[in-house]
Design a protein around this ligand. Sequence first.
Ligand SMILES: NC(=O)c1ccc[n+]([C@@H]2O[C@H](COP(=O)([O-])OP(=O)(O)OC[C@H]3O[C@@H](n4cnc5c(N)ncnc54)[C@H](OP(=O)(O)O)[C@@H]3O)[C@@H](O)[C@H]2O)c1
Length: 244
Amino acid sequence: MSVLEGKIVAITGGGTGIGAGIARVLAKAGCRVTIGGRRLEPLQKVAESIDGGTPIRTKTIDVADPESIKAFFSDIRETVGDVDILVNSAGINIQKRTMAEMVPEDWDRVMQVNASGAYRCIYEVLPAMRERKDGVIINISSVAGKRAITLGGVVYCASKFAMTALGTAISNEVSNEGVRVTNVYPGEVNTPILENRPTPVSQEHKDAILQPEDIASLVLGICMLPPRAHVPEIVIKPTIQQWV
Ligand SMILES: NC(=O)c1ccc[n+]([C@@H]2O[C@H](COP(=O)([O-])OP(=O)(O)OC[C@H]3O[C@@H](n4cnc5c(N)ncnc54)[C@H](OP(=O)(O)O)[C@@H]3O)[C@@H](O)[C@H]2O)c1
């Protein structure tokens, strides 16, 4: 039996890409997973794609809307129980990646989803984790949360740096309370977010970079570690990508 059997998991951004990949492996490991995103259809497709393991629950959430976040986590608490593992994978980028192109509303929108959304989701699950002295929080940040890379753009990098600081600061606050926070920094991953790049990405490039299941394997490994072991942060990049 998997050490993760019966663990209650919430994944934002679980309808596509990295979140969907993580949902599949954790469900296969016996976790009771609820995935959320704004669109119900992709969530349902992921739930239907499960071959073996525990069924995946779906529930819409808009992490830019505080009331929607509250409703999502109330539903999980009331229907399944307190969250053991939270994965913050909901995230966006915009095509306007420079100061010359973007406007303040772009800044607000990205920060609201990538930074404030992650904070509010953690706010919902942390008190119960602290009380039980057990819990894992996985923040899907980005290499853009470690280096302000041009490819990511101004506000995306700023939002991912915010997520980085959020995860590290919380991690330090709760290290004596059994709660472990991991910031994951992926390089390029072949997911729908690439469709929003200012320049189209070739199929050849998509095939050569990371795939969602690569991040999922990593997250599974982190979740399976015993409570004494904590991975504060981890970078994963395509072999072909430079790390400078
Ligand atoms: N792909 C990469 O190269 C890469 C690299 C490093 C980090 N990341 C990060 O990985 C995370 C997952 O992205 P991905 O690559 O898997 O791309 P993706 O497939 O576009 O996934 C993003 C998910 O977030 C959800 N989402 C967006 N806005 C939301 C909102 N307001 N409320 C709730 N859910 C929302 C989307 O679903 P709905 O549209 O249905 O809401 C979607 O399922 C993101 O945080 C991204 O920044 C990606």
